[in-house]
Design a protein around this ligand. Structure first.
Ligand code: UT7
Length: 328
């Protein structure tokens, strides 16, 4: 069986930087509250365009890094909860904008675990020998579904996109070694969008009642996320007989610095083995994990042979972890 490896990475952060002080200017909040409760200092807002634009920019960077043309891509999987529109898929829009005319693809809705779900899906095409070039993208324009008057949520999220290219592994023992994903739909109450879907199609009333924004019981999500993300990270270590000292990097979903720290503690990792960019981007949902990979790779902080644990927890509830032996 072929194994799949990440052979290129790309991250796109929109230009507009929004510091915590912006929210202090019109909401009952403070820069200190946001920083101390979340670890977020600033985030990026996409002023023009949509999720597909974030995805295309990220994909272009990944393809440029690998030195291949868009025509060589065979499949595009986009993890997002903020598709440009219900249909066609964001993957179709990205395929067109990118000029990836030989690719098909689809969107995948896994919220904050979307990238890990998409990665596990993309890996199947490579392992089966069906394809040799699959683009897996996490992209979200969270500002399109955040109520900017709700201090409980608007401070948390940002816009961003990040992409990885999956190809068959050339050397045994490298690439995506293992993954485990979970879901518990009873978590819907704590984190969801009330209207705009088939349950409650958009009406004047749903718009007036702000039902097209994120509804989150932050405290409830925090409680399960802090346990769930740590549990699944420890599980993937145990399944693969890895001790703390064997892990070069934890790449956690960037929702809250306290959840990240607690996961690292449970894994027995110092924070200098944990990828963090929540301070600069906030929670970009499906883009957080690949954005960390791309940034740390660009900085030269990833070494071939590094054991890397990716871990997430989010709406659904959805959660998961993947183990990679870095190969580039
Ligand atoms: O990626 C998707 C998954 N989502 C998550 O993982 C998010 C998980 N949850 C969290 O990260 C945290 O629960 C939050 C950052 C959302 C909130 O932090 P918290 O420490 O759990 O605060 P809290 O919700 O318990 O609120 C504490 C207080 C409340 O006031 P009272 O009721 O104690 O008077 C809130 O109203 O802080 C208040 N508060 C704020 N104060 C200033 C809530 N938001 C703000 C704010 N500024 N922006």
């Amino acid at each position: 069986m072929n194994t799949a490896a990440i052979t290129a990475v790309g991250h796109y952060a929109p230009e507009k930087v929004v510091p915590n002080s912006y929210f202090e200017s019109y909401l009952d909040t403070t820069e200190e509250w946001i920083m101390s409760r979340t670890g977020i200092r600033e985030r990026r807002f996409l002023e023009n365009g949509a999720t597909s634009d974030l995805a295309v920019e990220a994909a272009r960077k990944a393809l440029a890094m690998r030195g291949i043309s868009p025509e060589e891509v065979e499949c595009i999987i986009i993890a997002t909860v903020t598709p440009d529109m219900f249909f066609p898929s964001t993957a179709a829009l990205v395929q067109h904008k990118l000029g990836a005319k030989n690719a098909w693809g689809f969107d995948l809705s896994g919220a904050c675990s979307g990238f890990l779900y998409a990665l596990a899906t993309g890996v199947q095409f490579i392992q089966a020998g069906t394809y040799t070039k699959v683009l897996v993208i996490g992209a979200d324009k969270m500002t399109s579904i955040v109520d900017m008057e709700d201090r409980n949520t608007c401070i948390l999220f940002g816009d961003g996109g990040a992409a990885v290219l999956l190809e068959p592994n050339e050397e045994e023992g490298y690439g995506i070694i293992d993954w485990v994903n979970y879901m518990d739909g009873s978590g819907m109450e704590a984190l969801h969008m009330k209207a705009g879907g088939s349950l409650r199609p958009s009406t004047l009333e749903t718009v007036q009642n702000k039902m097209h924004y994120i509804t989150q019981d932050g405290k409830a999500v925090f409680k399960v996320a802090v346990v769930g993300m740590a549990d699944v990270s420890v599980e993937i270590m145990k399944r693969n007989n890895l001790k703390s000292e064997d892990i070069a990097w934890l790449v956690p979903h960037q929702a809250n610095m306290r959840i990240i720290q607690s996961t690292a503690d449970r894994m027995g990792l110092d924070m200098d083995h944990v990828m963090v960019n929540i301070d600069r981007y906030g929670n970009t949902t499906a883009a957080t994990i690949p954005s960390c990979l791309a940034e740390y790779h660009a900085d030269g902080r990833l070494k071939r042979g590094d054991n890397i644990v990716l871990a997430s927890f989010g709406a659904g509830y959805t959660w998961g972890a993947s183990l990679i032996k870095w190969s580039i």
